[in-house]
Design a protein around this ligand. Structure first.
Ligand code: NAD
Length: 491
């Protein structure tokens, strides 16, 4: 990699990676490397934070909180907006690194950087929440929101940059300080984000720590941490909640999903199939709000399946730098998890409508963790591929007949992240969508997100929500003031 970045900024390069603690770039005695999931070549060394590093970062954060929380909101807002601009100026560098570390196609990586800038910018423009509950001759009652203190953002490997930026803006705008902990599988962009941030925030306001599997628990257990904002699997979310319960830390959990898309019989297949295909295979299925179950009305099932399979078979899988549609699975553990689904499909003789005989492309595009998109034709509702989240390019297509039946089946899951209804009939769409138990419901679309719309899961897909005004409140304590206006405040 070059010593300077694409915009010629020599002091900021993507050759060396550091922890960012108290405004300084720090190395550690122990290091590790991520792996490029397309080539399986090792990526540069990254630090492995120790308990001492965690203590140092938390103490620096506590010191920084004293002044940052008292800094006028307009100053905090301007710092965040300037930070977002800096990120935008380095779009090509971050996108390049994202494709190297995460594997996604370069144009998708650029789209992730754009979304990161948008999530930073739009949320930073929000007014600080304050509510007047009553303002009468007798009293004024207002509720204000005060920052919690030291927040920790724990993010997964599928959208390492955008999910981090979604947490940075609300945390810092509301006067909290933040430590970012990227996934050990994708630490690179997160560390550079921390480094870039030092140009815009005082020391200790935004820090970044890379580590191994011990780092997350060290942060969730730490007495000096007040809030954990976690995005990742439901299994880890439960462990985090358990760990946070010991100190009653505030938690926001954005967890797994098994989103259903319900396709009614009146849709225009030529329009709908390419869209559904996009929402299934985006990021090779490694997306919390990807469509993970497709339910098609029985009267159009065969035509839908044929058209879906045709588009799916035309998709090119390979190294994200080679103009492909789908990159690899991000890491070996996840690759083996997706393989376990494929083995279950084979063991149970489920009908495979797209995917190779051994389910791995016969023209394997390289040594990486590549999997050919696989479509399972009408498996039973109890099968693993219908019930569990593969988080990879394998999807079941199923048939339905009546509205009551499909709503029951769509909701018959521990997850409740997203769901969609596809129909030309808006009354029907309204009726059906309101019965779906999910945090985001789309009509004739899926996966669309908005930085000002609260995002969160029902059931085991999460706890609380982030983004938008509600996202700001998730980083705050509420404080209600009662101003009595007569008889000296005695009632
Ligand atoms: P994961 O739960 O394995 O890891 C996520 C993060 O948690 C990583 O940074 C990891 O190092 C850390 N971690 C792991 N164990 C920990 C512990 N005990 N204490 C503290 N931190 C710990 O998830 P993943 O495999 O990286 O991501 C895939 C999952 O994330 C999928 O289930 C997907 O649906 C979900 N996801 C959800 C959303 C959402 O917004 N709801 C978005 C993206 C991904």
């Amino acid at each position: 990699m070059a010593n300077t970045t694409a915009n010629g900024d020599a002091s900021f390069n993507f050759d060396k990676f550091y922890n960012v603690i108290d405004g300084r770039l720090e190395t550690t005695s122990k290091t590790r490397r991520g792996v490029n999931p397309s080539t399986l070549e090792p990526n540069p060394e990254v630090p492995v934070a120790s308990r001492d590093d965690v203590d140092k970062a938390v103490h620096a954060a506590q010191r920084a909180f004293e002044s940052w929380s008292q800094t006028p909101i307009e100053e905090r807002r301007q710092a965040l907006l300037a930070f977002a601009e800096s990120l935008a100026e380095h779009t090509d560098d971050f996108a390049n690194m994202l494709t190297i570390e995460q594997g996604k196609p370069l144009n998708h990586a650029k789209a992730e950087v754009d979304a990161s800038v948008r999530w930073l910018t739009e949320q930073s423009k929000l007014p600080f929440p304050e509510e007047v509950i009553e303002d009468t001759e007798a009293q004024t009652v207002t509720t204000t929101y005060s920052p919690l203190g030291v927040a920790v953002a724990i993010v997964p490997w599928n959208f390492p940059l955008m999910l981090a930026c979604g947490k940075i803006a609300p945390a810092l705008l509301t006067g909290n300080v933040l430590i970012l902990k990227p996934s050990p599988f994708t630490p690179y962009c997160g560390l550079k984000l921390g480094e870039l941030a030092q140009r815009h925030f005082p020391p200790g306001v935004f820090q970044a720590l890379s580590g191994d599997d011990d780092l997350g628990p060290m942060l969730t257990e730490h007495l000096g941490v007040n809030k954990i904002s976690f995005t990742g699997s439901s299994a880890t979310g439960k462990k985090i909640m358990q760990s946070c319960s010991k100190t009653l830390k505030r938690v926001t959990l954005e967890l797994g999903g098994k989103d259903p898309a319900i396709i009614c019989e009146d849709v225009d297949l030529a329009t709908v199939v390419p869209q559904v295909t996009k929402f299934v295979w985006a990021n090779s299925g490694q997306l919390c709000v990807a469509i993970k179950r497709i339910y098609v009305h029985t009267s159009i099932y065969r035509q839908f399946l044929d058209a879906f399979v045709k588009v799916t078979k035309s998709l090119v899988v390979g190294d994200g730098f080679n103009g492909v549609n789908l990159g690899p699975i991000q890491n070996e553990m996840q690759y083996n998890r997706v393989r376990a689904f494929l083995e279950d499909i084979e063991r149970n003789n489920l009908k495979v409508a797209a995917g190779k005989e051994n389910y791995i492309g016969d023209q394997k595009p390289g040594p990486g963790y590549f999997i050919t998109p696989t479509v399972v034709d009408n498996p039973p509702d109890y099968s693993m591929i219908v019930r569990e989240e593969p988080f990879g390019p394998v999807v079941p297509i199923l048939q339905w007949e009546t509205e009551d039946e499909i709503i029951r089946r769509a909701n018959d899951t521990v997850y409740g992240l997203g769901a969609s209804v596809w129909t030309k009939d808006m009354d029907r769409a309204s009726r059906m969508s309101k019965r779906l138990k999910a945090g985001s419901v789309w009509i004739n679309s899926h996966m669309l997100l908005h930085p000002l719309a609260p995002f969160g899961g029902h059931k085991e897909s999460g706890l609380g929500s982030e983004w938008g005004a509600q996202g700001l409140k998730a980083y705050c304590n509420t404080q209600t003031f009662f101003w009595a206006k007569n008889n000296g405040g005695v009632h």
